[in-house]
Design a protein around this ligand. Structure first.
Ligand SMILES: C[S@@+](CC[C@H](N)C(=O)[O-])C[C@H]1O[C@@H](n2cnc3c(N)ncnc32)[C@H](O)[C@@H]1O
Length: 250
């Protein structure tokens, strides 16, 4: 398989510096809640980025974490800022891990990996790596671009309220398989832009089925805090959220 996503090498520091509110207040609580108990479990964290989750998993009692990213710059940040004796950081394309880990992990996680698959074949390959790495009956938990959102409802004003811009390269109001999506997210000082192809929910379903997962579910984000003002603040975001979580069981 061709070497792929090097987008993060040039934006590693900026990406780490961008602490988006919707990641902190909506995505992380939903994702971490879905991951659940990690005590004494071995975890494979794919597309680990700067290692935030790998370190968190150790703090939550994981027995060991193998954390993989294709970007050497991201892995360097992970080692510098989120090193831990129980984490092994690996620089690799997930696609190149095929056949490497055989039923070694009780949990596999991937926060923003699957949406970088450029084709159904590559998505199937990522999922195969995940499936074969998991022990039977165990779960894969992911965050992802919301491939089920509605492009006709992308609203610049709402997106600007939350400091992001999600656009279809073709500027259509509907998507076709492989159409490029650009995500920009920013604060007063930093702006990051990432491009990836859209693969349809049907393609995900077919790939998951081909690989052998017994069940899977998309999990919407929620605001679970107790601050009513923040709850109201997030209402517009949650009308057509650009990101979503996902779980699949082997
Ligand atoms: C949006 S960042 C997410 C980082 C981290 N998981 C987080 O949520 O903070 C996506 C990461 O996926 C990595 N990535 C993209 N394609 C990959 C691939 N084929 N294999 C391994 N890592 C990949 C990128 O280098 C980048 O670090």
């Amino acid at each position: 398989m061709n070497k792929t996503n090097t987008q993060y090498d040039s934006i590693a520091l900026q990406y780490r510096g961008l602490q988006m509110d919707y990641i902190l207040e909506l995505l992380r609580p939903t994702y971490v809640n879905l991951i659940g108990e990690l005590e004494h479990k071995r975890v494979l964290d794919l597309a680990c980025g700067d290692g935030y989750y790998a370190k968190l998993f150790c703090e939550k009692g994981a027995k060991g974490v193998v954390a993989v990213d294709i970007s050497p710059e991201m892995i360097k940040l992970a080692e510098d800022f989120n090193g831990h004796e129980s984490i092994q950081y690996v620089t690799s394309d997930v696609a190149d891990l095929l056949g490497k880990y055989k039923e070694e992990f009780q949990v596999v996680t991937a926060s923003f990996l699957l949406n970088y698959a450029r084709s159904k074949e590559e998505l199937t390959c990522f999922l195969k790596v995940i499936y074969e790495s998991l022990k039977p009956g165990c779960r894969f938990i992911a965050c992802n671009d919301n491939i089920k959102d509605d492009p006709s409802q992308y609203n610049e004003k709402i997106q600007a309220k939350y400091n992001y811009k999600k656009t279809l390269a073709s500027s259509k109001t509907f998507r076709s398989e492989g159409d490029l999506i650009t995500d920009e997210f920013y604060n007063d000082h930093i702006r990051c832009s990432i491009t990836f192809p859209w693969l349809s929910p049907d393609t995900y379903d077919e790939a998951l089925k081909t690989v052998g997962f017994s069940s899977w579910e998309w999990q919407d984000l929620h605001y679970n805090g107790s601050d009513n003002e923040r709850k109201r603040y997030w209402e517009d975001f949650l009308l057509n959220p650009p990101i979503i979580c996902f779980t699949a069981t082997k």
